[in-house]
Design a protein around this ligand. Structure first.
Ligand SMILES: [Zn+2]
Length: 89
């Protein structure tokens, strides 16, 4: 048993960020995933089947593809989603 938070690498292949194990991918990538797909992943995950559910695995695969397709560049994110979130790198 470990009290410390465990981490793993972001599931997007090109990404090297370390994130808590209960997260699928790092925040910048997660927000690249279309919301319906994010909702689907959460819903499937919460059903209890988790990673053993084929539907979940398929949703994850699509999410990773969606996130990996558009790398969260500092410029790219800022232009269209500015206003809601403020973060400076
Ligand atoms: Zn990432």
């Amino acid at each position: 048993m470990t009290a410390a938070a465990e981490t793993h690498k972001c599931t997007v292949p090109a990404c090297t960020r370390q994130i808590p194990v209960h997260r699928l991918m790092c925040r910048p990538h997660w927000y690249q995933v279309p919301k319906p797909l994010r909702d689907l992943i959460w819903a499937t995950w919460r059903s209890g089947a988790g990673v053993f559910d084929p539907q979940y695995r398929d949703a994850v695969r699509r999410a990773i593809a969606a996130a990996g397709a558009r790398p969260p560049g500092k410029r790219g994110l800022g232009a269209r989603t500015a206003g809601r979130r403020r973060h400076r790198a």
